[in-house]
Design a protein around this ligand. Structure first.
Ligand code: SF4
Ligand code: SF4
Length: 425
């Protein structure tokens, strides 16, 4: 049997995954260009290839050439060249390096074209054709084989928890029968932000939440989603779902990670074709509930160091709608020292590090270029501290603060809340 070219493999995936959906979406495009002005990669660099609709042009062309009469005629008359393996390799760079799946472009498209979803489908075909960037693939393989893309295997996870328990004076209940809440962390938090694990444990304990961690479902990061593989995305999400079902929890609380929240909260039930038997909420929402109900009390005015602003994460705020809880908390902590960036909330600019982009070394230059928009926003707001609810964003901010030599303090909301907890006497 003849070996399939990468183009054929990618095409077969587009067809299998989407049927005619791709074609109907792309035919609606009026070439108005509004999506370009919504994309941080295009706006920061001016590179026309970073226009969102162009990032799926390959899919449109390949689909048209293979399945439509007009596509075959265009090809026969020489108006359009056939899609080649080399084209696919080039588009792999556009779709993996220069898209964070932030959804800002989909939001502005007057024709309602779901560009971020289409780019996800483009990644699906590229993944099937073996064109995923090597470092993203290495992290994905590690997550499949060891349970963690950043190396938090069973032993490392245990060691780190023990160390955090000792140094931060907290306790992590493990696989506790009868718990109401399963708390799941991102690998970035486990390996790079241990203070976040301690902060969230302190907040849940102070609020009287009956919670547990689980060895099996400890990590909620999902490199299957970044890669574009629904199958591997489900396999990874199933580890948390199995643990939550076994423990019989009412809620799974996702810690400070945006794409992990998207995978579990919005995509898992759809991919599985069944409702999850528990609620999935983000820690931002839990903090908001605990503060609003008075179950935790915060020291008003605890933040005294200049001005603080809030960075809206694409998946937690734009997609998840958790806009107000962090702002309410920051108003308590900082009063009128809390200032907004412009634009904000659903119109906020992405930081440029999501969608797996920060894991791809060859994308460093464009990722950092995209961040210059945040620099302008934060400088215009006059803030020197920036808080957020996503550790992937936090990693991007820290990398760029270092790269651009910025004198900013970068922190997580949970961290600020834990530091301002008022202990009930
Ligand atoms: S989803 Fe975000 S990063 Fe991707 S093309 Fe659209 S605006 Fe750009
Ligand atoms: S905003 Fe929508 S209609 Fe306009 S160019 Fe982009 S995809 Fe096409």
């Amino acid at each position: 049997m003849a070996t399939m070219s990468v183009t054929e493999q990618a095409l077969n995936t587009y067809v299998r995954e989407t049927g005619g959906w791709i074609a109907s979406q792309l035919e609606a495009c009026t070439r108005c260009g509004m999506c370009a002005e919504a994309c941080h990669f295009y706006v920061a660099t001016g590179n026309p290839e970073y226009t969102p609709i162009w990032k799926v042009e390959l899919v449109r062309r390949a689909y048209e050439q293979r399945f439509t009469l007009i596509g075959k005629i265009k090809q026969a008359l020489g108006f359009e060249k056939p899609v080649t393996d080399e084209d696919l390799r080039h588009w792999a760079e556009l779709d993996y390096y220069a898209c964070t799946m932030c959804n800002r472009c989909s939001m502005v498209c007057p024709m309602g074209i779901q560009l971020a979803d289409l780019i996800h489908e483009a990644r699906a075909g590229l993944f099937e054709a073996g064109l995923i960037p090597s470092d993203l693939k290495a992290a994905l393989d590690k997550q499949i084989e060891e349970g963690s893309p950043l190396g938090a295997d069973d032993e490392t996870f245990d060691d780190r928890l023990e160390w955090i328990e000792d140094d931060w004076d907290v306790e992590f209940p493990m696989d506790k029968e009868g718990a109401d809440v399963l708390l799941v962390f991102s690998s970035i938090e486990i390996m790079k932000f241990p203070d976040n694990l301690a902060a969230i444990a302190k907040i849940l304990d102070a609020g009287g939440v009956n919670w547990t961690l689980s060895k099996e479902g400890r990590e909620v990061t999902n490199f299957g989603l970044y890669a574009g593989s629904d199958e591997l995305e489900m396999l990874i999400a199933d580890r948390v779902i199995r643990a939550a079902k076994r423990l019989g929890v009412k809620r799974v609380v996702v810690s400070e990670c945006g794409h992990a929240y998207d995978a579990l909260r919005f995509r898992a039930a759809n991919l599985r074709g069944e409702k999850l038997p528990f609620e999935v909420v983000h820690i931002t929402q839990v903090i908001g509930e605990l503060v609003e109900s008075g179950r935790i009390k915060l020291k008003a005015g605890a933040f005294e160091n200049g001005k603080v602003t809030f960075h809206d994460a694409c998946k937690i705020q734009r997609r998840g709608g958790d806009f107000e809880q962090p702002r309410e908390v920051l108003k308590i902590l900082a009063g009128d020292r809390f200032v907004e960036m412009t634009p904000n909330r659903e119109e906020a600019w992405c930081c440029g590090g999501g969608g797996g982009v920060i894991a791809i070394q060859d994308a460093d230059e464009v990722r950092r270029a995209a961040f210059t928009i945040k620099i302008d926003q934060i400088n215009a707001a006059g803030a020197t501290t920036v808080a957020m609810t996503c550790s992937n964003c936090r990693l991007q901010f820290l990398d760029c603060v270092d790269h651009f030599n910025l004198n900013w303090n970068v922190t997580g909301l949970a961290q600020m809340v834990a530091d301002a907890l008022v202990e009930e006497g």
